[in-house]
Design a protein around this ligand. Structure first.
Ligand code: ADP
Ligand code: MG
Length: 405
């Protein structure tokens, strides 16, 4: 897989070469030492095909695990100290004791790993000390869920060195709580669920309320999944993630007055939305219209993909993008440009922004023969317009996290 980013400000090790296990072990030995039993864990990134900003509204999402990944090389320690280094943040060692209350601390990225250990201890798991080195081919903070990948790799590492077991959906919930409590990101359950529980060759329709999962095959003879990274991350001009959460809750409060069964936007139909239009502030109405419409588009997409009706899948992806741009207002010029250009390429079924927005990546579904042309077109046109080299790559749906050694 070609996945190279020359910018030093966007740190990750290019995929194919750097993730050989021997190389990782020698990097680990240089950081710590080479004795003892060393384990290697892989946690993939993810791309969400459709269902954006629905997860924290108890709705539906449709992600798949991807090839870019985090690897954690780790070894048990005789004491109760945990030390974690990351090749993405050279020279920063995160260190804490499992015997004391684990507090938030600098560097910021360390809070994800501190949080995971803290939540596992709270759940009663008798953790052992660990030395661990993280490496990544997954870009940091590009909407492909590097945060869940480091959390899940850390959780699996702690389980392996401690000789412990934990049910996979509980692991996802503990990691989500770590993200809430320690990284202070009030995110939904999608990322941790797909990163831990993805299935090779499949996308996962996840009901974020019941946590029911349905796996839909992505036939590689018919389809390619292309991801293109804008390489930008904007400050949020129209309020942040927490603001969107509050706006959704404001909508729920209005619906709940007339429909006591409504606990989340998931429970509201498009008809109920239209009936309540006059009672909702215009902005809240549009936020709600995105979430409610997106839930519908998400379950429809899973059905259509299962029936191999790719043209219709593509239309829903574009509708999703337009709704995120106009109603939810979480897109940006770079994402809009890439989506529009992608749709100009013959053989592309659909494209949309993926992840929380304001930068990060788009995802496109294409006919196999269109994938190369699409990447070349996006690279050329994006560079001409924004003077930035975007990173584009094709990926297949991979399995969730696993212990490689
Ligand atoms: P994403 O969409 O990639 O999950 P987030 O903003 O949720 O974006 O998470 C990105 C944050 O996760 C980074 O700012 C950093 O704190 C942490 N992170 C991600 N990848 C790594 C890594 N390889 N090593 C250390 N920290 C990482
Ligand atoms: Mg994240």
């Amino acid at each position: 897989m070609a996945y190279l980013d020359p910018r030093p400000s966007h740190p990750y090790i290019p995929c194919a070469m750097a993730q050989s296990t021997d190389e990782l072990k020698s990097l680990f030995a240089k950081t710590f030492s080479s004795d003892g039993r060393i384990h290697v864990i892989r946690a993939p990134g993810r791309v969400n095909i459709i269902g954006e900003h629905t997860d924290y509204n108890d709705g539906f999402v449709f992600p798949m695990a991807i090839e870019p990944e985090v690897r954690l090389v780790c070894r048990q320690r005789a004491d109760s100290i945990v030390r974690v280094a990351s090749s993405a943040y050279p020279g920063q060692m995160v260190e804490f004791s499992l015997d004391k209350q684990i507090e938030r601390a600098e560097p910021t990225w360390g809070n994800y790993v501190r949080g995971v250990a803290a939540e596992m201890l709270k759940a009663g798991l008798p953790l052992a000390g660990m030395d661990a080195l993280m490496t990544n081919t997954l870009p940091v903070g590009s909407g492909l869920s590097s945060s869940a990948a480091i959390e899940i790799s850390m959780a699996v590492g702690l389980l392996v060195v401690g000789g412990l077991e934990l049910e996979i959906s509980r692991m996802a919930l503990l990691c989500q709580r770590a993200e809430h409590e320690y990284a202070l990101m009030p995110s939904g359950i999608m990322d941790q669920t797909i990163v831990s529980g993805g299935r090779e060759g499949h996308a996962m329709l996840l009901d974020c309320r019941s946590l029911d999962k349905q796996f839909i095959p992505i036939n590689p003879n018919d389809l390619r999944v292309v991801i293109c990274n804008t390489m930008v991350k904007h400050e949020l001009p129209t309020g942040d993630y927490a603001t969107r959460l509050k706006e959704c809750q404001e909508g729920v409060a209005v619906f709940a007055k007339d429909h006591p069964g409504v606990k989340a936007l998931r429970d509201v139909s498009l008809r109920q939305l239209e009936e309540a239009k006059d009672k909702l502030p215009q902005l809240i109405y549009r936020r709600c219209r995105h979430v409610i419409g997106e839930n519908h588009r998400c379950t429809e997409t899973a059905k259509l993909l299962g029936r191999q009706e790719y043209e219709d899948v593509g239309k829903l992806m574009v509708q999703s993008h337009n709704s995120l741009r106009d109603d939810y207002q979480v897109s940006c010029a770079e994402l809009d440009f890439l989506v529009a250009e992608a749709m100009n390429v013959k053989g592309v079924y659909g494209a949309r922004m993926t992840g929380a927005g304001f930068g990060g990546c788009i995802v496109a579904l294409t006919q196999p023969r269109a994938a190369d042309a699409l990447q070349a077109h996006l690279k050329k046109t994006y560079k001409a317009k924004f003077h930035i080299d975007p990173v584009a790559f094709v990926t297949t749906a991979t399995a969730g996290a696993s212990v490689l050694e």
